[in-house]
Design a protein around this ligand. Structure first.
Ligand code: DGY
Length: 393
């Protein structure tokens, strides 16, 4: 990099956010000597958009000239319009209008974001990696989509690749080169990932392109707004699963891909025991909303040793059984038969995932270290079983 060159664009996609946190993050990005462009992509012209627009009008002319505030376009044609359309709009905007060499993304609501994150991501891009992505210490009861849907799904569908080893494949804090952005901007698979599936789509695409990928450990963690009951994650759970299912016939070979990551130090004790969601509220909700059609799908597709335990969970509140082995069997059934156009399949997937999370959570509360080991072993179990079966993929 030549001295004084502004070669990084930073994008914050947003929907409804805490405006004060968001303003701080914009200021941090603007204060970085290499950031030439800050792209803010809003879901629509809501209150957050107006708050940010007012804030921009108070900035100095030089700072204003480095900000673009835009509304996301509808780029996908099949899936819900969500975060994916926002990120894809930013990628296209950067490719068509930006001059910078690198594009970074960060969530708008992070309370612990600082300009040093930009340095830590950029360090690896400067070293020649094409993609540099953050990962964070997370509570042992958090990241339940990551573990039970995404990493398991990668192990199920692409057991022979490094995909299941990627620490946080749903991470939205990352940077990549202009060349990668140009490929993504034209990639149909990525453009169709208009909802929560975008992070999975990016991860899979980095593997398809055979990039050099680095995962950067941000040890201070990502402090952001938390969720309540697991139902807050229902849409994300289903959309992340469905994207993997839909793309299960993609041939991916990561033999040439270079993947390195930071070594992590021991996860701080507070993370090990922190409870990431409202357990009682989740259990209460689990019992509700079981329709006849959902029960008939259970009966038709699931073996008796699973469906009887599910029935007992609904009737007697006996929730603690969906261990990694039973989850593998269930996951396989969803992979084969799940139909995203049928609401009851979506609900059933979510309910069984809740049972999986509750089973894990019980262990995490009793023995946090054993629970983390068991998540890692679950990925290996999926990989080992699927590795034999899925050679045809
Ligand atoms: C995940 O699983 O990584 C999601 O962010 C929810 O915590």
């Amino acid at each position: 990099m030549e001295k004084g060159q502004k070669d990084i664009a930073v994008c914050f996609p947003f929907k409804k956010e805490n405006v004060e946190d968001f303003k701080n993050n914009i200021k941090e990005a603007l204060s970085h000597e290499r950031v030439g462009h800050v792209i803010l992509v809003g879901y629509n012209e809501n209150e957050t958009y107006r708050g940010i627009s007012d804030f921009i009008s108070t900035l100095k002319a030089e700072e204003k000239s480095r900000i673009s505030l835009i509304i996301q376009k509808r780029l996908g044609t099949k899936r819900r319009a969500g975060k994916g359309d926002g990120m894809n709009t930013a990628i296209q905007y950067f490719v068509e209008r930006g001059k910078e060499k690198f594009l970074h993304f960060y969530d708008a609501d992070i309370k612990s974001f600082s300009r040093t994150w930009i340095d830590r991501v950029q360090l690896r891009l400067d070293e020649g990696y094409h993609v540099s992505r953050c990962f964070f210490p997370r509570a042992y009861t958090d990241a339940m989509v990551t573990w039970n849907i995404t990493r398991t799904g990668f192990a199920y569908v692409w057991p022979h690749t490094i995909l299941p080893d990627i620490e946080q494949p749903l991470g939205g804090e990352l940077g990549f080169t202009r060349e990668v952005a140009e490929r993504l901007a034209k990639d149909k698979i990525v453009l169709e990932a208009s909802d929560w599936s975008i992070d999975t789509a990016l991860t899979i695409s980095f593997a398809r392109y055979g990039v050099k990928l680095y995962e950067v450990y941000i040890k201070e963690g990502k402090h952001h707004k938390l969720y309540g009951k697991l139902s807050d994650l229902e849409t994300m759970t289903v959309e992340c699963f469905d994207f993997i299912r839909e793309n299960k016939n993609l041939r991916i070979d990561t033999d040439r891909m270079v993947y390195h990551k930071d070594n992590t130090v021991e996860v701080p004790q507070e993370y090990k025991t922190r409870i990431a969601f409202d357990i009682d509220g989740t259990i209460r909700e689990f019992k509700e909303g079981w329709t006849e059609k959902m029960k008939s799908l259970l009966l038709e597709y699931f073996p008796s040793h699973i469906r009887e335990r599910v029935s007992k969970a609904i009737s007697d509140g006996d929730y603690d059984f969906m261990n990694p082995t039973l989850w593998y069997e269930s996951y396989e059934i969803f992979m084969k038969h799940f139909d995203p156009t049928i609401e009851e399949w979506r609900k059933l997937l979510f309910k069984l995932w809740v049972l999986r999370v509750l089973n894990h959570t019980k262990l995490a509360l009793k023995d946090p270290d054993a629970s983390l080991r068991s998540l890692k072993e679950m990925i290996e179990l999926f990989r080992a079983r699927a590795g034999v079966k899925n050679r045809h993929f």
